[in-house]
Design a protein around this ligand. Structure first.
Ligand code: ISE
Length: 336
């Protein structure tokens, strides 16, 4: 019998997950959609015939309409969904971030630890990307010696009007705060932000691009170019500098074309296509884990808490010069 998944939030990511579960994922169906916006709710319902609409997660739980939940609302709205979902002992796939700050993330951890085991998987989908996985294996294998540096580029064509300066960190660099320590096998020690020349084409409220310097506890230095007004496309790439070799992922791999005496390769324009296979793999792994009772098959709420600590330092670093230390925290056995 299929897992009955409720999706909370039918915006960009929620709508994408609804289609994914309906068309691509095996072993699950969308049984409930919680979306207060009538237009979005109707569009989502059309994509998932048979799903019941609800105005709140509490209503969906009261109606026993779901076995597990995907939370795809913006970060500031995660906590009011996470708490009743944990109360109902529902397995949860929560889009990033866990919550916007470490105090609220701690509240979630405390509530979750009253259950018998972790129930929350976090949507850091890069960990399910084939290239990121291959790079992690290469680094861990040690064939090219020790890892010395990681260099990341994270480029968006543009951002919505709701995107603010601190979201450069909390909405975008949040991914690097999860994936770089995962690649390097070491937590973050400090975060520093440098400002190059401002892009005059960026929305007036944004001072970007930014250069983020992330120092890991093992001495590996990570630099990330965070750039959200590049217009030409969506690009996420990483280069690893090892003792005796260089490894690179995230190169353009689209349609190759020769015309007008030039050669081009098609580039992505959105994270929804760039990471489509990673999202598929992530949701399938989560569905399989819920069905076999292990509940979580990827980053958990503790990983989300560590990222919240890094984001706090990162947001401070937007306004302070020099490295801002990141509070370190020892992983409880519950989250091993
Ligand atoms: C967006 O919310 C994402 O999660 C994307 O992966 C990221 O590239 C983008 O900058 C964010 O705004």
């Amino acid at each position: 019998q299929d897992l009955r998944v409720g999706v909370v939030g039918a915006g960009q990511m929620g709508a994408d997950h609804i289609q994914r579960i309906t068309r691509t994922i095996s072993g699950a169906t969308v049984s409930a959609i919680v979306e207060p916006d009538a237009g979005r709710a109707a569009a989502a319902a059309a994509a998932a015939p048979g799903a019941q609409p609800f105005a709140s997660i509490e209503d969906a739980i009261d109606a026993a309409a779901l076995d597990a939940v995907i939370i795809a609302t913006p970060g500031p709205f995660h906590e009011p969904v996470l708490l009743p979902a944990l109360e109902a002992r529902l397995p949860i796939l929560c889009e990033k971030p866990l919550t916007p700050d470490s105090a609220s993330s701690l509240r979630i951890l405390e509530r979750e630890q009253q259950l018998d085991r972790p129930h929350i998987q976090l949507g850091f989908m890069r960990r399910f990307d084939d290239e990121y996985r291959a790079l992690r294996e290469l680094i861990a294998g040690g064939d090219a010696g020790e890892l010395l540096m990681l260099r990341g580029v994270h480029r968006n064509p543009s951002v919505p009007d709701s995107y603010t300066q601190s979201m450069l960190i909390t909405d975008s660099v949040v991914h690097e705060f999860d994936v770089m320590p995962w690649l390097a096998g070491s937590p973050i020690r400090s975060v520093e932000v440098k400002y190059p020349r401002r892009n005059g084409l960026a929305p007036e409220r944004l001072r970007e691009p930014i250069l983020v310097l992330i120092e890991l506890e093992n001495g590996v230095l990570v630099d990330v170019e965070m750039n959200v007004s590049v217009r030409f496309g969506y690009q996420v790439g990483t280069e690893a500098v090892l003792q005796t070799g260089i490894a690179r992922i995230g190169q353009p791999a689209g349609l190759q074309r020769w015309s007008d005496a030039a050669f081009s390769i098609a580039e992505h324009t959105t994270f929804k296509t760039r990471f489509a296979r990673a999202y598929d793999a992530q949701v399938q792994a989560w569905v399989d884990a819920v069905r076999d009772g292990s509940l979580v098959a990827g980053p958990n709420a503790w990983d989300g808490y560590l990222v919240a600590l890094a984001c706090e330092a990162g947001v401070r670093a937007l306004d302070e010069s020099g490295p801002v230390p990141v509070e370190s925290a020892a992983r409880p056995a519950f989250y091993a």
